[in-house]
Design a protein around this ligand. Structure first.
Ligand code: 13P
Length: 251
């Protein structure tokens, strides 16, 4: 089973209208002709539409960083999956550690969003990852299993195949301390075994698992070379064309 490499940029709460559209235009140009892997950028909600307009018909897909699970109604301040789909989104990041730990989102809540995203035809990029204290306590696998299982509860085999997992150890996010290729591979193997156990081997072999956490052009190649690492979810290094392209070229 060959899994198509998927490199996604999570712009988080960065850039402004001018710099976001400039970055999108730069990426459109730089990725012209690159068709052997999937590429996406995830701007903050207010910049999705202008970015999606620029990237329409290009090799770069657009995703959101979060959304609410209800399709519409009295939910002040929230955005639905349907709305994101409507303005050109293909993907939605769900369960990012910043949402789990800063916004206190539970796996049960994320599970509702996973179902809503699939129902709206969006591809969830479902994040899991342990804190440094959890790694030190030897609970890495347990934490990732709980986050994963809680977030995909009730998801069918067919839908599971559409989901992209992003393993993002919290201690490696924005810290410059990247997991070693061996550390990433080790967790990806465990996650794939959990998918096989809950679903079956065929599903497990088809799900793409990205690594995220301080991925840069100079460390991406070694991590992406690991057999169970199928791509990267990139934060800081996705904010400049040359940095992001350095990672894409290493893939
Ligand atoms: P950094 O690449 O900035 O460490 O962020 C990783 C991340 O959280 C991507 O979702």
């Amino acid at each position: 089973m060959t899994r198509r490499t998927f490199i996604a940029g999570n712009w988080k709460m960065n850039l402004n209208l001018a710099s976001a559209t400039e970055l999108a235009a730069g990426l459109r140009k730089a990725t012209d002709g690159i068709t052997n892997l999937d590429i996406a950028v995830c701007p903050t909600n207010v910049y999705i539409q202008p970015v999606a307009e620029i990237l329409k018909g290009s090799n770069v897909g657009v995703g959101a960083q979060n959304a609410y699970f209800e399709p519409k109604g009295a939910f002040t301040g929230e955005t639905s999956m349907e709305m994101l789909k409507d303005i050109g989104c293909k993907y939605v990041i769900l369960g990012h550690s910043e949402r789990r730990h800063i916004l206190h989102e539970s796996s049960e809540f994320i599970n509702l969003k996973v179902h809503a995203a699939l129902a709206a035809g969006l591809i969830p990029i479902l994040c899991v990852g342990e804190l440094l204290a959890e790694r030190k306590a030897g609970t890495t696998d347990l934490v990732n299993r709980r986050q994963f299982e809680g977030s995909v509860s009730g998801v069918s085999s067919n839908d599971m195949k559409k989901i992209v997992i992003a393993y993002e150890p919290v201690w490696a996010i924005g810290t410059g301390e990247v997991a070693t290729p061996e550390q990433a591979e080790e967790v990806h193997v465990v996650l794939r075994a959990i998918i096989a156990e809950r679903y079956n081997k065929e599903v497990a072999e088809s799900v793409r698992i990205q690594y995220g956490g301080s991925v840069k052009a100079d460390n991406a190649k070694a991590i992406l070379a690991k057999p169970n690492v199928d791509g990267a979810l990139v934060g800081g290094a996705s904010l400049k064309v040359e940095d992001f392209m350095g990672i894409i070229k290493g893939a």
